[in-house]
Design a protein around this ligand. Structure first.
Ligand code: ATP
Length: 241
């Protein structure tokens, strides 16, 4: 079968002085795939994501995201992706409604489309009653679901999620994954990092990064087979210990 490629990295590298944070990583992600990008703290995941989002210059190698070169076509690239970063995704001093309208404006959605679209998102999330409260007053799980909706608001082809469920309770995490599956089902490519190994099982394929390098990349089933273990937790421990 001929699969469309959403992300392709070849020898992608980033150095900080003498330290190599991302060391010649190569992989590709198919359109509509949920790709888990795993690794211990400091393995280089965020650095790699920033390069793929056109936010950080690589020191070497090449990559394309949504068909756009991450070096030369950063403008087009950014319009075609959504990015939910680890620490900052929403304006805490704005309401959910204002956050959606603000990001809709930044991404150049027509004004007449923003209002109904924002309202539909808030209703779907079950946040209609809270739409005018400050985001800072919302529980973390709601913030993260809203942040995902904000990152997907302009209907990007590819969404990068950097530890979106970190610190979120198990029930809300399941709801979050429901949203991810729905987006993937509609053709959105999902590139996600997580420290929860049961979430790794929900991905179509996962890569495991150790000290800047990709040490393993396959479906969760094949990785467990390869390392002769019964859970992704054990695969992860074998590689990162
Ligand atoms: P975490 O799961 O903790 O977010 P990570 O896999 O995302 O970890 P990165 O944040 O990409 O890891 O960091 C990889 C390494 O690069 C770390 O050792 C970090 O200290 C280093 N690093 C990241 N950004 C910079 C920077 N701007 N200057 C110097 N070193 C950096």
């Amino acid at each position: 079968m001929n699969h469309e490629v959403a992300i392709r990295a070849e020898g992608l590298t980033r150095k900080f002085g003498a330290f190599t944070a991302v060391d010649h990583i190569s992989f590709s992600v198919e359109k509509g795939e949920i790709f888990g990008f795993l690794g211990a703290n400091g393995a280089g995941k965020t650095t790699a994501i920033k390069m793929l989002c056109g936010l950080l210059q690589p020191s070497g190698g090449k990559a394309s995201v949504g068909g756009f070169d991450i070096f030369r076509q950063t403008g087009q690239l950014r319009r075609n992706i959504g990015y939910m970063s680890q620490r900052f995704s929403l304006y805490e001093d704005l309401s959910p409604y204002e956050n959606l309208r603000f990001y809709g404006g930044i991404y150049g959605l027509p004004r007449r489309e923003i209002k109904p679209k924002a309202e539909a998102v808030l209703k779907k999330l079950g946040l209609w009653e809270e739409k005018d409260q400050l985001v800072s007053a919302l529980p973390l799980g709601w913030k993260q679901k809203l942040a995902f909706s904000v990152a997907s608001f302009h209907e990007p082809a590819i969404v990068f999620l950097d530890e979106p469920t970190s610190g979120v309770d198990p029930v809300t995490r399941r709801q979050f994954w429901h949203m991810i599956y729905e987006a993937a089902h509609q053709g959105t490519t999902i590139f996600i990092t997580t420290h929860y190994m049961e979430e790794a099982e929900y991905c179509k394929r996962v890569s495991i990064m150790v000290s800047g390098r990709i040490q393993a990349l396959d479906t969760p089933g094949k990785l467990k087979e390869q390392y002769q273990v019964s859970s992704m937790d054990e695969v992860f421990l074998k590689l990162t210990r």
